[in-house]
Design a protein around this ligand. Structure first.
Ligand code: DLZ
Length: 163
């Protein structure tokens, strides 16, 4: 159950709610598949570890991170879900492609979330190089897929409390 916080120090006491009641979509970009596969593994296992039923997790691949938000939109339109986790990895190159993709996914995720009033989680690594991505996909800085899954459960639980 979501905690109603009384003061800021309560943030340190927040626990992860049970994910058992919830249904989630996961969209995973195929670009940088070694990285996004690791993010997906972390996110999926974290949902399971926190009580989400395997039958209530719906995973789809999309070509690149740019397509994550339309994938999330399609999922929320066609499936009865409590939220969608977007997983991608955009690595800085020599052109401005990086800036366009990152901005599009961040804005797109926000817009889809507001359109459906459901959490759309930004689990996208935006790094200068591949090593920084590896470090955040199960490496020395943890796995951001795990964090994305926990965020999805917390937000779905918040929405459920207010229904
Ligand atoms: C084209 C492109 C480039 C250059 N870099 C990445 C990247 O680092 N990460 C990623 O997820 N996708 C990349 N893409 C593909 C775009 O996201 C998208 O799939 C294409 O522009 C087609 O819309």
């Amino acid at each position: 159950m979501a905690t109603q916080l009384k003061n800021l120090s309560d943030f340190s006491n927040t626990t992860i709610p049970s994910g058992a009641p919830y249904r989630f979509g996961i969209v995973v970009a195929e670009w940088n598949a070694k990285i996004t596969g690791a993010l997906y593994g972390g996110a999926y296992q974290s949902l399971i570890d926190n009580g989400v039923l395997a039958d209530n997790i719906f995973t789809y691949a999309v070509p690149g991170s740019f397509e994550l938000t339309s994938g999330a939109d399609i999922l929320l339109k066609n499936k009865n879900l409590d939220g969608v986790i977007c997983l991608g990895c955009v690595i800085q190159g020599e052109t401005r492609h990086f800036d366009f993709i990152c901005a599009a996914v961040a804005n797109g995720a926000t817009n889809v979330a507001l359109k459906y009033e459901k959490p759309v989680i930004f689990g996208v690594l935006t790094t200068d190089n591949e090593q920084q991505a590896i470090d955040r996909a199960g490496g020395k800085h943890g796995n951001k897929g795990v964090e994305a899954a926990v965020t999805a459960i917390k937000m779905a639980d918040m929405a459920a409390q207010l229904k």
